[in-house]
Design a protein around this ligand. Structure first.
Ligand code: GDP
Ligand code: MG
Length: 215
């Protein structure tokens, strides 16, 4: 049977938002299925990867985390370079984290300089909806959706990394959005992906389910 038609796509996703909103927690929840109450601001790796399948397409999602240096202009060009999707995160209980979003949006446009800013895939996540059963909520869903609508109908998800609420759904949307961006750049990546696929030759069927984790 011919399996050669499927090339694995590498998709780079970056997370932006104020410190403490739960960016690292969301990634850990999705990639490692874990949640911790304490996270070090700095982690060892620049990114985490997760393999998934979207329809017939195998995808490696490369999710870049900030190493706790969430100040404007401090993330460096390598962080932004080649991003296929940009995810903004705020804490629904902290107004300031919502008010910072426009600056993060501008910062992305300035630093990453996507060819077509209107077509570039962005998402917004309102995190920590579990806190105090929603009683300490400071930003309404309506307000968040208005912000998204005024920026080209950005998809919006309300999440809880702690309770594992809506995290998979959000990441699936992220991966699909990133894939549309990458498809537009296909002609550019063709030569690169050809050489990459040689390394992967021999990877047989199976697919799906996560293998045993040694850690
Ligand atoms: P980052 O600075 O944006 O990467 O934020 P972190 O992931 O380090 O999270 C900051 C703090 O918020 C940590 O103490 C997390 O345990 C906590 N946290 C993250 N997500 C949630 C959530 O969905 N609910 C609750 N209750 N706490 C969360
Ligand atoms: Mg972090």
């Amino acid at each position: 049977m011919e399996v050669s038609a499927t090339k694995r796509r590498l998709l780079k996703v970056i997370f932006l938002g104020d410190s403490g909103v739960g960016k690292t927690s969301l990634m850990n929840r999705y990639v490692y299925k874990k949640f911790c109450l304490q996270y070090k601001a700095t982690i060892g790796a620049d990114f985490m990867t997760k393999e998934l399948q979207i329809d017939d397409q195998l995808v490696t999602l490369q999710v870049w985390d900030t190493a706790g240096q969430e100040r404007f202009q401090s993330l460096g060009a390598a962080f932004y370079r080649g991003a296929d999707c940009c995810v903004f995160v705020y804490d629904v209980n902290v107004v300031k984290s919502f008010e910072s979003l426009s600056s993060w949006h501008e910062e992305f446009l300035k630093q990453a300089g996507p060819a077509d800013p209107k077509a570039f895939p962005f998402l917004l996540l309102g995190n920590k909806i579990d806190v105090d059963n929603g009683n300490s909520r400071a930003v309404s869903e309506k307000r968040a959706r208005q912000w998204c609508n005024s920026r080209g109908n950005m998809p919006y998800f309300e999440t809880s990394a702690k309770e594992d609420y809506n995290v998979n759904e959000a990441f699936l949307c992220i991966a699909k959005a990133a894939l549309t961006n990458e498809e537009e750049q296909d002609h550019y990546f063709e030569s690169i992906s050809d050489s990459v696929s040689e390394v992967e030759a021999g990877g047989g069927g199976g697919g799906g389910g996560g293998g045993g984790c040694a850690c």
